[in-house]
Ligand binder design. Sequence first.
Ligand SMILES: *Cc1c(COP(=O)(O)O)cnc(C)c1O
Length: 393
Amino acid sequence: MSKNKKSYLMPTYGKRNLEFVRGQGCYLYTSKNSKYLDFGAGIAVNSFGHCHPTLVKTLQTQAKRLWHTSNLYLNPVQEMYAKLICKNSFAEKIFFTNSGAESIECGIKVIRSYHFYHKNYSKKNILTFEGAFHGRTFAALSAQKNKKYSEGFGPLIPGFVKVPFNDFKALKKAINKNTAAVLIEPIQGEGGIRPAELKFLQQLSLICKKNDALLFLDEIQCGFGRSGKLFSHEWANIKPDLVATAKGIGSGFPMGACLATKKASIGMIKGTHGSTYGGNPLAICIGKKVLELILKKDFLKKVDSNARYLWKKLKILEKKYDEILEIRGAGFLLGIKTKRKNTEVIQAISKNKLLLIAASENIIRLAPPLIVTKIEIDNAIFIIEKTLNELND
Ligand SMILES: *Cc1c(COP(=O)(O)O)cnc(C)c1O
């Protein structure tokens, strides 16, 4: 859409210049067949790149069989997929959604219903963190308390208390008998690729147990393999009560899931929640296949070692270029902090055919498909370096 033409879309996404008509692996192609290396992966979504042959085949087969029946009917594949998630994680119960924000909403309902079930009527407050991003629905906006997303949309929902990130002292002061849960991203994405310290997550886990508060992790961006483990909280060796997921779960098919322990989800009885589309046959067959691919022997090991390779290469650039102030993040969710405005650098890099995404705190985010190879990583580094040299000229 050129800027002079009238648009029928709400202009919520601002100006967009690039149009892609085709994708293959880690590459996107314009109508003029110009090839871009995609290190944004649809905002950390396309974990198996574009048009992965196995996923294409899975979708085509299912498309000829059955699309949608609603949750009024039995869905044995949904049950099998939920079991597969549970067998490979802390989870014992799953609710399927269509997006990240819906997984957050579901988790908040689980929290409220848990304390209602136990007649702890005063336990309503959920502690959340500065720099958090949990989505665009009202509960998510209220949880963030970030003007950037919520200005003009009030009144927000009460019951959320914001505390500083990675600051256990402050958290300890904020948690009390009215605390229902703590909601945190193990790696803040939109907030600027800020990992929670593993020790902080461990302290959180302990203090939540002590206060009968549920630990609710938002792994929408950092989950499903992006950190090098299936879920990023595994690095801290903790057992959460709830995890919200989406993005990488379907590698581009719109879906999400709220994962819970049996104990946490005790209040979610018949009629308490629902979704027309959530867990529909098309989504389920893709989600199940994505998980099977992630669980293949040595897949995550390779993600971890390739992510460390990318990290090492970025650290070399950090040393070499004054323009780079910091490298941060974990796994394949990494950030470069630059002196110049991040969007200016991203635009210059994109002219050299590498796609990256901005995040808060002037961060340039790298979130390549999990299947990215060392050669493609070398290419990305080459393009970043070339662009930095051009900017210096
Ligand atoms: C993207 C994201 C969300 C919101 O997901 P939607 O699918 O856009 O609703 C929530 N939390 C985190 C950490 C995210 O990265």
